[in-house]
Write a protein that binds this ligand. Sequence first.
Ligand SMILES: [Zn+2]
Length: 246
Amino acid sequence: MADILAMAAHPDDIELSTSGTLLKARDAGQSIALCDLTEGERGTRGSREERRRETERANRVLGITAAERWNLRIPDGNIALNDENILKAVQAIRYFRPRVLIFSWEHDRHPDHDACHQLVRRACFDAGLAMVRTEYDGEPQRPHRPARMYCFFHTYERTPDFIVDISDQMERKLAAVAAYSSQFTVPGFESDTTRNEPQTFISEASYMESLLGRMRHWGFMIGARYGEAFTTVSGPLKVNDLLGTI
Ligand SMILES: [Zn+2]
């Protein structure tokens, strides 16, 4: 069971886009879970095994156990919207039974992120249908549909519907991202200069500098130092307390 479940295509996507918000939820006593759809094995840098070790390192930084993070092992680069993959995602949603599900926005530079959006959105609906049957550990799973779905951004974005202040979580977020040393160069963290692999869009220092600038900008928009932005896909936000939005 988890109050909030985050789902994304590749290990490190969640760290980059929404780990500050997850850490903040956990700091407030809420339970969180993570689910990566693939192992990122098609990436230009880092092997499958290396990325597994990096994910374990990131989990330690985030303070989550292996049981709180699933990997659906859908082939990287082929997140097809088919029954097999939908049922894998349904199984994860019914296992963690989140009240809020956060996942990738539908339009991004990386096609896997778009495919993740379509798959998770479909699975979210199907998870609530009794006629869609799944099992876990030999037992039938009960239907469950999250009450709210929110999307985070990777490269492309739209005007956010809301922004979470992650100033107090920023240091830990960067440490979690830096755990993926085969993928990123994070300012302030040691980078692996011995690697004999081509640089990519995301491995250049300028990539993290750009993301830092954007998180700083999102923070600026809400009067904070750093922020993570979201858009809603389940209708307007419900607000109980106007003062709580300050
Ligand atoms: Zn990704």
